[in-house]
Design a protein around this ligand. Structure first.
Ligand code: GLN
Length: 296
């Protein structure tokens, strides 16, 4: 009797991928196939095309072990973006570390609202001054700089580790000459005037943190989530400093937590900042970002 390749006891790339997906599905993870594909590709150092091309290839023992180690992390609810260390945002690739939030697709509504406001006042091509308060991985500031070729901007964060990550991302994206990162609370160390200020502040009410998905509660930094007793502490800090930091026609665009529109609008109105345009909704229909400016 002759042995054939089909009796090779080592699992193939495709089999490993299917096995991972079904264990993720059994554990109730939201996107089992996608997670399995990304983790197998990461463990093997392959892109999507190579993963497909090598589907029938048998895995070495080392490769199987590497895949199993990543699968165990995902089953412990670590997000794929943290395991692979990068996340796409606004079609740009952002490295992450333990002090940065994983950039969320809904945060792209802040970029959209900001670009929209600049278009409406016809200043998009100008030498704009930007600020991103609580920049984390730098996602908002760098996405904006990628769209605004003459703009320069500051990103602030209270975490030096987050600022390190943002700086590295600015370098990797070729935007470092126009981005400056500094350690402070929101806009405390900044001097205006800024044409555009953006922020995705921590906005989860403290008592709600325990109910968040483990991917968020355990793996996102508490500093980037905890918005104080009512979730609005970040907005209060921003409302207190934004009026002095904005140029006369400057625009402030904020990400909002679920159901926070009315209260945030009130806080900003008390600081003399009024909405422009309508608030933007994310793909789930949640009101996600708000743009305000000084009345004429
Ligand atoms: N969007 C995050 C969440 O998943 C919260 C981030 C924040 O507080 N800005 O709840």
């Amino acid at each position: 009797m002759t042995m054939t390749a089909t009796l090779d006891p080592r699992p193939s790339v495709a089999l490993a991928r299917r096995a991972l997906a079904s264990s993720f599905r059994r554990r109730g993870l939201g996107t089992p196939e996608l997670d399995a594909r990304l983790l197998v590709a990461h463990a093997l150092g392959l892109d999507h095309a190579a993963l497909v091309a090598q589907a029938a290839r048998a895995l070495s023992a080392g490769e199987s072990a590497a895949i199993a180690a990543l699968a165990a992390r995902r089953l412990a609810r670590e997000p794929v973006a943290r395991i692979v260390g990068v996340k796409e945002f606004w079609d740009l690739s952002f490295s992450l570390n333990g002090a940065t939030l994983v950039p969320r697709p809904e945060t792209e509504t802040v970029v959209e609202a900001a670009l929209d406001a600049l278009d409406r006042s016809q200043v998009r091509d100008g030498a704009l001054a930007l600020a991103d308060l609580g920049t984390g991985s730098g996602a908002l500031l760098l996405a904006l700089l990628s769209e605004l070729p003459k703009a320069r901007g500051f990103g602030t964060d209270v975490s030096p580790q987050a600022l390190h990550c943002a700086r590295e991302n600015a370098i990797a994206l070729g935007l470092a000459e126009r981005a400056c990162f500094l350690a402070c609370d929101y806009g405390a160390a900044l001097k205006g005037p800024f044409d555009l200020i953006v922020s995705n502040p921590p906005y989860v009410a403290r008592r709600d943190i325990a109910a968040l998905a483990p991917e968020v509660r355990v793996f996102d930094p508490a500093l980037a989530l905890d918005g104080g007793p009512d979730g609005l502490d970040g907005y209060r800090a921003i409302a207190a400093s934004a009026p002095q930091l904005l140029s006369r026609k400057g625009v402030l665009v904020l990400e909002l937590g679920i159901g926070q529109l009315d209260e945030v609008e009130r806080l900003l109105a008390a600081a003399g900042l009024l909405p422009i345009g309508s608030p933007r909704h994310d793909l789930l229909g949640i009101v996600r970002s708000l743009a305000v400016t000084r009345p004429p």
